[in-house]
Design a protein around this ligand. Structure first.
Ligand code: ADP
Ligand code: VHF
Length: 411
C-alpha cells in the first residue's frame, strides 16, 4: 500500500519500510512467551507485550492479536504439571485457560483504555465462504470500533479433523482474512536460525526472499519451553502462506516486539513473494481438510485447471467420501493426482445418479483452487506449479497420520 511511513526513530540505519507503512498488523504470540518457568500466565510478560501493542494503536495502526496460551494457562488451575498429550485433557485445559487468558488481556489493555474482543475460530468455520465472510465482518467491526481482537483457535470444539493445529498458520490465515499489511510472529527465539539456535555456531538469518533462501536450513520442532507446539516448522510454513499472499512477515522474540514494530532490524524478515489472492481460496487451500475426493474426466480436469468454469456432474467419473454440500473436496485427474480443491455444491450421495450425464454444478467456479498448473504447451499434462506459489501445508490430521507432528493438540 502507498501510505506515508509512520515516523520512526531518526539516525538509525535499515528501518524496514514495509513495517513502517503497515496500518493493519497481525501479531501472533506463542505460549512460550506468555508463561512463567513454573507454568501459568506470566502477568509481567503479558503486560510488556500489551504495552508495545497499545503504543502501536496510538500511532494509528490497527492490531489483531493472535494469542496462544489457553492450554498453558489452564494447566496449573487443573492440577496438571505438564501439557497433557490427550485431546480431552487439552480441551479441558483450554476451557479453563482461555477464560483466564482473555481476562488477563482485558485487564492489561484496560490500563491503556483499550477494550479487547475474543474471537475463537476453527478451520472448519472459516473454510466455508459464508463463515469466512462472517469472520471478516466481525473482525473488521471490532477493529472499526477501536477494540483489539484477541484470536485463538477454538480448542474446546476443534477435533483433529477441523483444527488448524497451530496458531502460526492460524495467524497467517487471519492476516489474509483481515487484509493485514504485516504479520509479526513473536516467539521465545529471536528469529530463524540456519540450525538449532541452541547449537554454538548457528546463525540468525536476517532476510528470507523466497524458498531458495531456505535451502539447507535446519527447521526444527518446538523448543524446550514444554508449552510451544509447532516449533520453527509451523512458523516457516506460516511465513510462506503469508508472503505468498503478499503479506511480509517479521519473526522475532517477544522481548523484541517494540523494535520489530518500530521497523528496526530485528529477527528474520520474510519478504513478500506473491500477490494478494482471491479471498477465501487461501483458506480452502490451507485451512481445510478434504472430506472426500471427486475423480474427473480429462476434459473436466483441464477445464478445472484453467478455471474455465464450474465443475459439472458430466465431468465426474467417481466420488469417494461422505461429504455434504459446502464441504471441501479434492479433485483428481484420471490418474488419481490431486489437481484442485473445491467446495462441494451438492452431497456425495447425489452424485452416482448424476455423474457422467447431468449438467448439475458439483463445484462452483469461485470455490475452486487449482493445485497444479496447466502445461503451457497445451499437451494436456498439467505442470507442477512453482513451489513459491503452491506450498501445500499439511493439516494437523495429515501431520498426525504422517507421524511427524511435534507435540500439538489433536495428535
Ligand atoms: N532453525 C531454527 N531457528 C530458530 N528456532 C528453531 C529452529 N529450529 C527449531 N527451533 C525451535 O523453535 C522454537 C520456537 O517454537 P515454539 O516452541 O513452538 O514456540 P512458540 O510457543 O513461540 O510458538 C525455538 O525455541 C527453537 O528451539
Ligand atoms: N490454541 C493453543 C495454542 C496452539 C499453539 O500453536 O501454541 P504455540 O506453538 O505456543 O503458538 C492454546 O491456546 O493453548
Amino acid at each position: 500500500m502507498n501510505r506515508p511511513p509512520r515516523s520512526g526513530p531518526t539516525g538509525e540505519p535499515a528501518l524496514r519500510t514495509d513495517v513502517l507503512t503497515a496500518r493493519r498488523i497481525v501479531v501472533k504470540v506463542g505460549s512460550s512467551s506468555l508463561t512463567t518457568a513454573s507454568g501459568g500466565l506470566d502477568s509481567d510478560r503479558v503486560d510488556a507485550l500489551v504495552d508495545v501493542l497499545s503504543r502501536s494503536r496510538t500511532t494509528d495502526t490497527e492490531v489483531v492479536l493472535v494469542s496462544s496460551g489457553a492450554i498453558a494457562a489452564g494447566l496449573a488451575p487443573l492440577g496438571l504439571t505438564e501439557r497433557p498429550r490427550d485431546l480431552a485433557r487439552q480441551q479441558a485445559a483450554a476451557c479453563v485457560g482461555q477464560g483466564l487468558l482473555v481476562a488477563r488481556y482485558t485487564a492489561s489493555f484496560a490500563r491503556h483504555g483499550l477494550r479487547v474482543g475474543q474471537v475463537l475460530l476453527t478451520a472448519d468455520d472459516i473454510s466455508r465462504r459464508a463463515h469466512y465472510r462472517n469472520a471478516y465482518r466481525a473482525l473488521a467491526q471490532v477493529l472499526a470500533m477501536g477494540a483489539v481482537p484477541v484470536v485463538n483457535e477454538n480448542d474446546t470444539v476443534a477435533t483433529a479433523e477441523i483444527r488448524f493445529g497451530d496458531n502460526d498458520r492460524l495467524a497467517a490465515l487471519v492476516a489474509h482474512l483481515v487484509r493485514a499489511d504485516l504479520l509479526v510472529l513473536l516467539s521465545d527465539v529471536d528469529g530463524l536460525y540456519d540450525g538449532d539456535p541452541r547449537r554454538p555456531g548457528s546463525r540468525r538469518l536476517r532476510e528470507i526472499r523466497g524458498g531458495q533462501d531456505l535451502v539447507g536450513v535446519e527447521i526444527g520442532s518446538a523448543g524446550s519451553s514444554g508449552v510451544g507446539t509447532g516449533g520453527m516448522v509451523t512458523k516457516v510454513e506460516a511465513a510462506r502462506i503469508a508472503t505468498d499472499a503478499g503479506i511480509p512477515v517479521v519473526l522475532t522474540a517477544a522481548r523484541h516486539a517494540a523494535d520489530a514494530l518500530a521497523g528496526r532490524e530485528t529477527g528474520t524478515f520474510f519478504h513478500r513473494t506473491g500477490e494478494r489472492s482471491a479471498d477465501h481460496l487461501l483458506w480452502l487451500e490451507h485451512a481445510s481438510s478434504p472430506r472426500g475426493t471427486v475423480r474427473l474426466t480429462p476434459p473436466a480436469a483441464r477445464a478445472v485447471l484453467q478455471r474455465r468454469g464450474p465443475l459439472l456432474a458430466d465431468g465426474v467419473t467417481h466420488a469417494d467420501g461422505d461429504f455434504v454440500a459446502g464441504d471441501p473436496v479434492e479433485l483428481l485427474d484420471e490418474n488419481g493426482r490431486v489437481v484442485a480443491r473445491g467446495l462441494a455444491g451438492l452431497d456425495a450421495r447425489e452424485l452416482p445418479r448424476l455423474q457422467g450425464r447431468s449438467t448439475r454444478e458439483v463445484v462452483h467456479q469461485d470455490d475452486l483452487v487449482p493445485l497444479v498448473r496447466p502445461a503451457p504447451s497445451g499437451d494436456g499434462a498439467p505442470a507442477p506449479a512453482p513451489a513459491r506459489v503452491r506450498v501445500r501445508i499439511r493439516t494437523a490430521a495429515e501431520y498426525a497420520r504422517a507421524g511427524t507432528a511435534p507435540d500439538r493438540p489433536g495428535d
